[in-house]
Design a binder for this molecule. Structure first.
Ligand code: B12
Ligand code: SF4
Length: 475
């Protein structure tokens, strides 16, 4: 069959993200014997024109739309990316009678809502490289796909789904053949890192989390040896910047340790990063082996330093664990991005001050603190229930495609914005969502690459912010 996979993401901040998911799906469909083409809209000047040309050329039997982002998770400057998908669907419908399938992280988070909104035929929830070839097989035999685990479909106005789990890491490679499907240089020359995922699933139960909806609760681990091989292969292909994109890199601890030990033994010529470390599993042994393995930056998602807020967020760790992790990080040289989320359940002026005081004491000038305000509420999360119980949310799940945020009713938004603004002015190593969404960031990424700066760019926050301030830009 002729299969067209369209990568719909065009967002270039903080960097354009290499579409590992869509490329893995393309690999799997090609392996199943189909004629596959990938249209990556990321750098297209005229996306609808490019789509029309591709449709005319291939005359596809099935079009798969890869949808990564619903929105930008930014309460102060929300951008609704999901709206970009509808004109694509309309263009496809106007030129072909092909079956339209949605896939991608956004679809796993809000499948029913996106199916209704776009009027696509069906959606793949989660592991596309296993499910999509099965779906194509069923459709080519004229069978209803309702028996296939991991599928949602529309029957009139009703959305049905078969959400039984599938297993991804049993076969196949961890890294797709990027060069076959996308313009790799266009990404790398904008500071993009190559994503590598070593596991799926998470045992924690944070109230706002969508990741378990995407990946499930149970761990599905890739063998540590396969991860090391994949990274060596990437190094041999000339890739230098690699990022672990696991929901939590260091849990299960032994799995992360085995991967890092394996990498420290072979020491591939790459720079490694992971922005998703959990404070509960940070210790000297792990950081030492990460340094030996070639890590150049880590991120720790503590969200808050206040025990009250951490408990309300159900983070599974407390303020003491955060302090302990800070002590370990201080004993090492790895630059660290501290990630904080202000304004969640239980947040008050006092808890905000606690977190800011922690950042003042423990986020060293060569490290970076990233603060966001408010928490995006997604259907099916505990945060949705909390918001409904507190009567601050009355929207239907469908209406929640438009970005909707939780903000603590015990806190004044104006006060928080003002306080954070003052902190940002006093600390050149602090960033916020304005920094991430900064319109000149894509140009800075290109400039930085041209000047030989290597990722992660956030390591240079102090110098960049000072430079921008010199030119009158306060981000
Ligand atoms: C790592 C990560 C990042 C890293 C990426 C680093 C890198 N080098 O890649 C960084 C920090 C840069 C990042 C940034 C952002 N991210 Co992010 N990120 C993730 C994370 C944790 C993993 C993504 C990943 O690589 N997964 C591994 C790959 C293999 O999976 P996948 O892409 O989903 O693909 C699978 C399926 O979706 C499916 N599939 C994919 N395409 C297709 C196509 C078809 C046809 C089919 C059938 C199936 C299919 O099959 C694939 C293989 O199994 C996810 C959460 C999660 N657990 O998924 C959030 C997530 C994707 N991010 C999200 C968001 C919002 C963002 C930002 C907008 C945040 C911001 N304000 O900056 C930016 C956008 C960046 C951009 N330019 O697009 C959201 C997106 C959904 C939403 N809520 O809108 C997620 C889901 C988290 C969340 N809050 O819900 N992110
Ligand atoms: S630790 Fe991360 S992935 Fe796990 S539930 Fe919490 S936010 Fe979600």
């Amino acid at each position: 069959m002729n299969i067209l996979i369209v990568i719909t993401n065009r967002y270039k901040n903080p960097v354009p993200v290499m579409p590992i998911g869509a490329c893995s799906v393309a690999d799997a469909v090609a392996k199943a014997g189909h004629n596959v083409r990938v249209l990556d809209l990321m750098f297209m000047r005229n996306p609808l024109g490019a789509l029309e040309t591709e449709l005319d050329k291939l005359n596809p039997d099935i079009v798969g739309l890869s949808v990564r982002n619903i929105d930008n998770n930014d309460m102060q400057n929300p951008v609704a990316f999901f709206k970009d998908v509808k004109p694509l669907v309309d263009t496809i419908r106007s030129r072909t009678r092909t079956t339209l399938v949605l896939g991608g992280a956004a679809v796993a988070v809000m499948p029913e809502e996106l199916l209704h909104y776009t009027e696509a035929d069906c959606a793949v929830l989660g592991d596309g490289e296993v499910v999509f070839p099965e779906l194509i097989k069923a459709l080519s035999q004229g069978r209803m796909p309702d028996q296939i685990p991991g599928i949602a479909w529309r029957e009139g106005n009703i959305c049905k789904k078969n959400s039984d789990a599938v297993t991804r890491f049993q076969s196949g490679s961890l890294v797709p053949d990027f060069h076959r499907w996308i313009n790799v240089h266009a990404y790398v020359s904008r500071m993009s890192t190559v994503p590598v995922q070593t596991k799926l699933g998470c045992h924690f139960k944070c109230v706002y989390c969508t990741y378990r909806k995407i990946e499930g609760h149970d761990y599905r681990l890739s063998a540590s040896g396969s991860v090391v091989d994949a990274i060596q292969n990437l190094a041999a292909m000339g890739f230098r910047d690699i990022e672990f994109v696991d929901n939590v890199f260091n849990s299960p601890y032994d799995h992360a340790l085995a991967i890092c030990e394996g990498l420290a033994r072979v020491r591939p010529d790459v720079r490694l990063q992971s922005l998703e470390l959990n404070p509960l599993f940070i210790d000297d042994d792990l950081l030492t082996v990460m340094e030996k393995a070639g890590f150049v930056g880590i991120g720790i998602t503590v969200e808050s330093a206040s025990g009250i807020v951490l408990e309300k967020l159900n983070k599974g760790f407390n303020a003491e664990d955060v302090l302990k992790a800070a002590g370990v990080i201080q004993r090492h040289t790895l630059p660290c991005l501290w990630i904080f989320m202000l304004g969640g359940p239980g947040e008050t002026e006092e808890t905000v001050r606690e977190t800011l005081l922690f950042a003042e004491r423990f986020v060293h000038p060569e490290d970076v603190a990233f603060f966001t305000i408010g928490i995006r509420i997604y259907p099916g999360t505990e945060l949705e229930q909390i918001a409904r119980k507190e009567k601050v949310l009355a929207l239907s799940p469908e209406e929640m495609l438009e970005p909707v945020f939780y903000f603590s009713s015990d806190l004044d938004l104006g006060w928080l914005i003002h306080t954070l603004h003052k902190e940002m002015a006093a600390h050149m190593n602090y960033i916020n969502s304005d920094t991430i969404g900064f319109s000149f960031l894509p140009i800075m990424n290109r400039l930085g690459y041209g000047l030989g700066v290597v990722p992660p760019l956030w390591k240079h926050t102090r110098f960049i912010r000072r430079g921008l301030r010199f030119f009158g830009m306060d981000v």
